[in-house]
Design a protein around this ligand. Structure first.
Ligand code: C2E
Ligand code: CA
Ligand code: CA
Length: 654
């Protein structure tokens, strides 16, 4: 804009042009005025001549001339009249000339003005309008190059400015939109605006580049697992959704595999977290290496991997792939001097036309669960039969939870017999479910199921509260006062850590004597996590609660373990009792009793149904016996009557 103002010679140029146009007009006007003056002079002379003639005529009339003299005078007069007439005609013709001259002057003036307007004023007005538009920031078109040379020069300069500004505007818009490549494709705008724009573009390009890199990094981090570098859970699920949509379009099938490492916690606990991380990286590498292009391996949990394969040709291929993944993962892994045998369970499922990822994931989940339940280190495929069975188990779950609040559960009590005193001095609380419309359901049918989920904790909590309440009541009862009460607790619940809290707070609330309470934990549960279980049991024992290892002999507790476990009682599993006639079982029971005593533990043998069994076990040195021979599991009232009857019998005998 500054440059336009600098060349503002326009008013001068305009005036000059108008003056130039006026020169011929002024000339013509001058001529017309001269002519007019001439006509006026002639007409004045004529008027004087006429007056003189009239005067002469008067004088002649006074002279009374003769005919000849008159004729001479007449002729003279005629000549004079003719001369006057000629002179007048001449003067008239001069008048027309003046009129024409004046007309010409007018026309030329108008034409000059028009020409001046067209040639100078309009281009100047255009320039002014454009300059004004520029000033207020309107979009402007280029001005037409016309008018005198100076005007055209200015118009050209203005047009350059307009072009420059327009380019700057285009680039600024592209800049605002972030279309940097487009800006680079253009010539940079000239001058300081162009320079600023180029700098802005460069800065923005740098910032955008950094931001893009940052965005890419964030996106990668958001979709990838930091440790293994493979897809994380959400990215894996996204991939699955895409795969399911693709499969539905081209009518192929997608297989989903859950690979769940077995005992991964032990690797962490025994060899440290670095070893655990290395194992996870190795497993992820093995899975990735084994996959075809387009398949996906993701890490969806601590020690859980997801493999999505497509297309997969039916159930057989899916089963085969699942087994292959299992073999791959289970191959030994060397870490320095250490050789780890990673175990895993693999669950497989086929989409089978379903497009909801959650359905397929659910199936794969069921399958891996089934594989784990089936003894780990296995691969399982979720088919219709598995789905139906697990569906009924889901019903079972709901029914149990409902039953717990509806009063469908109760505790029965099976007495234990103290061999040396011959007294029933204890009872084990056993859960009974009077399921609506189905009669009594044995815990053997639902405890194992409940132990697969948190449901067992709900059950255990219910049982421990009830059992402690019973015990508190017994302590006020002269018949039951001397009975110790044993409660079964699930290993899973024990590991969760709130079992001891639950028990201790129930004891506190009821005022029951903890020394009259025994908790029974199965040997297998203890072996799962020896250290944690030990810690929780210690807490209970510290408060006076007796701890018994249930189903002893079915696991593989080493003597070393047994010595370190905070336990008081070993309960020999009833399978040995029923097989006491076999020398192997007999010697095993003998060994357990001797070892137990060696470690200062009491030994109870369960499942005693016959006198012969009682007799053998007595000779082997067992401390207590439990079994149908001494009483079935029964209600509290029946237990009371039973204990009274037995006590009476003993009293009658002595
Ligand atoms: P367990 O702790 O070994 O309980 C003894 C099981 O043996 C009981 O089965 C009992 O009825 C049965 N039994 C007792 N004497 C004899 C006998 O002479 N011969 C035979 N053949 N069986 C006998 P039940 O009541 O069906 O309990 C099964 C298992 O369920 C229990 O085995 C225990 O592991 C679990 N359980 C029972 N009640 C509870 C509970 O309240 N909480 C938890 N967590 N588990 C429980
Ligand atoms: Ca038991
Ligand atoms: Ca048992």
């Amino acid at each position: 804009m500054r440059s336009v103002r600098e060349v503002s010679i326009w008013p001068g140029v305009g005036v000059a042009i108008i003056l130039l146009a006026l020169i011929p007009a002024v000339g013509l006007a001058f001529l017309a005025v001269t002519e007019a003056r001439h006509v006026a002079e002639t007409s004045e002379q004529l008027q004087t001549l006429e007056a003189t003639t009239d005067e002469l005529d008067g004088k002649l009339n006074e002279l009374e001339l003769d005919d000849e003299q008159l004729a001479g005078v007449d002729a003279t007069f005629n000549d004079l009249a003719q001369e006057i007439e000629r002179q007048r005609a001449d003067a008239d013709s001069h008048g027309i000339g003046i009129a024409l001259g004046l007309a010409a002057v007018s026309i030329m003036t108008v034409a000059g003005a028009a020409l001046a307007t067209r040639w100078v004023v309009r281009p100047l007005a255009d320039l002014a309008a454009t300059a004004e538009d520029l000033r207020i920031g309107n979009t402007v078109d280029e001005v037409e190059i016309r008018g005198p040379g100076e005007v055209r020069t200015v118009a050209r300069i203005l047009n350059e400015a307009v072009t420059n500004l327009r380019q700057a505007e285009t680039q600024a818009i592209a800049l605002a939109d972030g279309r940097l490549d487009e800006i680079s494709a253009h010539e940079p705008a000239a001058g300081s605006i162009g320079e600023s724009l180029t700098t802005a573009v460069e800065r923005l390009r740098l910032t955008l580049g950094e931001r893009e890199e940052y965005r890419r990094r964030l996106a990668h981090e958001a979709s990838h697992d930091a440790l293994t570098g493979i897809s994380n859970r959400s990215a894996s699920l996204d991939h699955l959704n895409g795969a399911l949509a693709r499969a539905a379009r081209v009518e192929t099938d997608v297989a989903v595999f859950f690979v769940d490492l077995d005992d991964f916690k032990q690797v962490n606990d025994s060899f440290g977290h670095a070893a655990g991380d290395a194992l996870l990286q190795e497993i992820s590498k093995r899975l990735v290496d084994s996959c075809r292009d387009g398949d996906l391996v993701g890490r969806i949990g601590g020690d859980e991997f997801l493999v999505i394969a497509e297309p997969v040709n039916g159930e057989e291929e899916a089963r085969m792939l699942a087994q292959r993944l299992l073999n791959l993962v289970s191959a030994p892994f060397r870490m320095g001097d250490l050789e780890v045998m990673p175990g895993a369970s693999v669950g497989a499922a086929l989409a089978g036309g379903r497009t909801k990822s959650s359905d397929v994931i659910h199936d794969a989940d069921l399958a891996v669960y089934e594989a784990k339940e089936g003894g780990r280190g296995r691969a399982a495929f979720c088919d219709a039969e598995m789905r139906a069975r697990l569906l009924s188990e889901a019903d079972l779950d709901t029914a149990i939870r409902r039953g717990l609040t509806n009063g469908e559960f109760e505790l029965h009590f099976q007495p234990t017999y103290h061999l040396s005193t011959g007294v029933l001095d204890g009872a084990e609380a056993l859960l009974r479910w009077n399921r609506a419309n189905e009669g009594t359901v044995s815990p053997a049918r639902f405890i194992e199921f409940a132990e697969r989920s948190d449901l067992i904790s709900e059950i255990d909590t219910w049982v421990t509260q009830r059992a402690v309440a019973h015990l508190a009541r017994w302590q006020q009862d002269p018949v039951l006062r001397h009975l110790k009460l044993a409660v079964n607790v699930s290993g899973r619940h024990l590991m969760r850590g709130d079992l001891s809290d639950n028990l201790l707070s129930a004891i506190k609330a009821t005022g029951a004597d903890p020394r009259m309470l025994t908790v029974e934990v199965t040997e297998s549960a203890l072996l799962d996590d020896f250290v944690t279980a030990g810690d929780h049991l210690k807490r209970l024992r510290h408060r006076g609660v007796t701890v018994a290892i249930d189903d002893f002999g079915t696991g593989y507790t080493s003597l070393a373990h047994l010595r370190r476990l905070p336990v008081d009682v070993l309960k020999v599993d009833r399978t040995f009792t029923s097989n006491l006639h076999r020398p192997d079982d007999l010697s095993l029971v003998k060994l357990v009793i001797e070892t137990g005593h060696l470690l200062g533990l009491e030994v109870t043998v369960e499942g005693v149904e016959h006198f012969q069994q009682e007799d053998i076990l007595r000779r082997l040195g067992a401390d207590r016996l439990q079994g149908y021979r001494f009483g079935y599991p029964m209600s509290e009232l029946d237990l009371r009557n039973h204990v009274m009857a037995v006590t009476r019998k003993i009293a009658a005998r002595t």
